[in-house]
Design a protein around this ligand. Sequence first.
Ligand SMILES: NC(=O)C1=CN([C@@H]2O[C@H](COP(=O)(O)OP(=O)(O)OC[C@H]3O[C@@H](n4cnc5c(N)ncnc54)[C@H](OP(=O)(O)O)[C@@H]3O)[C@@H](O)[C@H]2O)C=CC1
Ligand SMILES: O=C(O)C1=N[C@H](C(=O)O)C[C@H](O)C1
Length: 271
Amino acid sequence: MNQALRIAISGASGRMGSALIARSRGDRRLRVQRAVIDARSELVGHPLQQPATPDSLRYSNGWEGASDLDVVIDFSTPAGLSAALDYCLADGVPLVVGTTGYDAALRDRLDAASERIAVLQAANFSLGVAVLQRLLRDAARALPEWDLEIVEAHHGRKEDAPSGTAIALGEAAAKARGTTLEEQAVYAREGHPGPRRQGEIGFAVVRGGDIVGEHTALLAGKGERLELIHRATDRGIFARGALEAAVWLAAQPPGRYGIADMLEGRLRSAD
Ligand SMILES: NC(=O)C1=CN([C@@H]2O[C@H](COP(=O)(O)OP(=O)(O)OC[C@H]3O[C@@H](n4cnc5c(N)ncnc54)[C@H](OP(=O)(O)O)[C@@H]3O)[C@@H](O)[C@H]2O)C=CC1
Ligand SMILES: O=C(O)C1=N[C@H](C(=O)O)C[C@H](O)C1
């Protein structure tokens, strides 16, 4: 039997980190070997599970001394992602990126890094959103005159807005219409913004309670409208997708990958 992949989770004490650790238990293909969190966190050095045993995995403050890893999975913050990328580049380790809300400079660093290591980035690791993106691409192309608005809703602790998924959906639709999101995005309307400009892609953001993640692409025509909606009700779906991505990525050569690369076979068979 092949040896289990040795995995590090960056952002291990967070909502997604906890979901990843829970989901990885019982998966014989991989073993979580390092649980990286913010160096200032009071959890550093504490065991992940109670009751602890002497060999329990403990939260670690960063990457110093990390070695013998096969894949890193990052669901943290832009700063956490940047540190994970530094480690992966130094040690030649593939990196799965789930963190959203980072800037263009960090995106460029990920692009450049992918010449030396395998990098798979997805703003949303659910299967449903991968299909939603394909459906939206088709709809945006088939209905070029219809107004597109993207509405997303998340829990009140989310730090970035609009969500990475909303932006990815907007980018896919804009590309399908032969334009770019930079040209078409409208992120806020208040006061007297005036009539809607033909072709613009509007974003609306809802935050509250424990909403796991909801995305609606609303295409409004004259006398009719089309709504494509995805609702995540369990963070475990993102964890499952990210762990599958880690297993897949460990076998890939350096390059920049998306979830569609991993799902290619499955999505094609759904055609
Ligand atoms: N691609 C996808 O499918 C999904 C993406 N996400 C994205 O994942 C990210 C995390 O989300 P979520 O788990 O809800 O967020 P949380 O705030 O619950 O968790 C963030 C984690 O990152 C840790 N952290 C903060 N700074 C650093 C650092 N410098 N180095 C390492 N770890 C650090 C935090 O530690 P501490 O608590 O001590 O600060 C915490 O463990 C977000 O960007 C979110 O948008 C979320 C769900 C799905
Ligand atoms: O922060 C979250 O929770 C989520 N973030 C991702 C995003 O920004 O798109 C994906 C998912 O919707 C949950």
